[in-house]
Ligand binder design. Structure first.
Ligand code: GRF
Length: 218
């Protein structure tokens, strides 16, 4: 079986994109990144993708005004032209219409900086700190029309420390993001996932019974 053809959609610095590109360099990785597409012409990630020899493209939404679907049809044409099979959203800051989500049903992943279904939406780290949670993290999930919902492929948890700021917590979560996004893509592209209602079943070894306890106890 050949490698799945993957496009990554970004709007910004693209550190998750970079992690996916790095992972896909492994000869046994079941996916190849064939396109990085941005809705922002000067998104930092575009240069990183180009430096890695990956085709980049900007499709700006402005010319389409309020017609979100027309903007998405333009993106969709570019994806189809390259025989893209899987789409990874990686800091892509445009809400997608049900039409676009339907086109990529079961074939589009997103990464969210929280342990869903907690902290959907924005400012997840600020909100987690305000609530005083002791464990936070990130989630890779299939995209469905409802924002920050959809079958969960993988999650990474990190401890929250008393002296954390939104920035220090974001940095810790981001390290988890980079690991789980690459591994989740490996599972999905490798055919090791199966959708079962609202859940995603994964044919991968489950974690041992280690408990993550935070704060640490001796
Ligand atoms: C990440 O925190 C991701 O979880 C969220 O947007 C941020 C993108 O960061 N969806 P980067 O562009 O991948 O560095």
């Amino acid at each position: 079986m050949g490698k799945r053809r993957v496009a990554i959609l970004i709007s910004g610095r693209g550190s998750n994109m970079a992690a996916l590109i790095a992972a896909a360099k492994a000869p046994d990785f079941p996916a190849q990144i064939v396109l990085v597409m941005s809705n922002i012409a000067d998104a930092g990630g575009l240069a990183v993708a180009r430096d890695n020899g990956i085709e980049t493209l900007t499709v700006e939404s402005k010319p389409y005004g309020k017609d979100r679907e027309a903007f998405e049809r333009a993106m969709h044409r570019e994806l189809e032209a390259r025989d893209v099979e899987l789409v990874c959203l990686a800091g892509f800051l445009r809400l997608l219409t049900p039409w676009f989500v339907r086109q990529w049903d079961g074939r589009m992943l997103n990464i969210h900086p929280a342990l869903l279904p907690s902290y959907r939406g924005l400012h997840t780290h600020e909100r987690a700190l305000a609530d005083g949670v002791k464990i936070h993290g990130a989630t890779v999930h299939f995209v469905v029309p409802e924002v920050d919902s959809g079958p969960i492929v993988m999650q990474g948890a990190v401890p929250v420390r008393d002296d954390d700021t939104p920035d220090t917590l974001a940095a810790r979560v981001l390290r988890a993001e980079h690991r789980i996004y690459a591994e989740a893509l490996r599972l999905v592209a490798g055919g090791q996932t199966r959708l079962d209602g609202a859940a995603c079943k994964v044919a991968a070894p489950s974690q041992d019974d280690d408990v993550l306890i935070s704060p640490r106890i001796e």
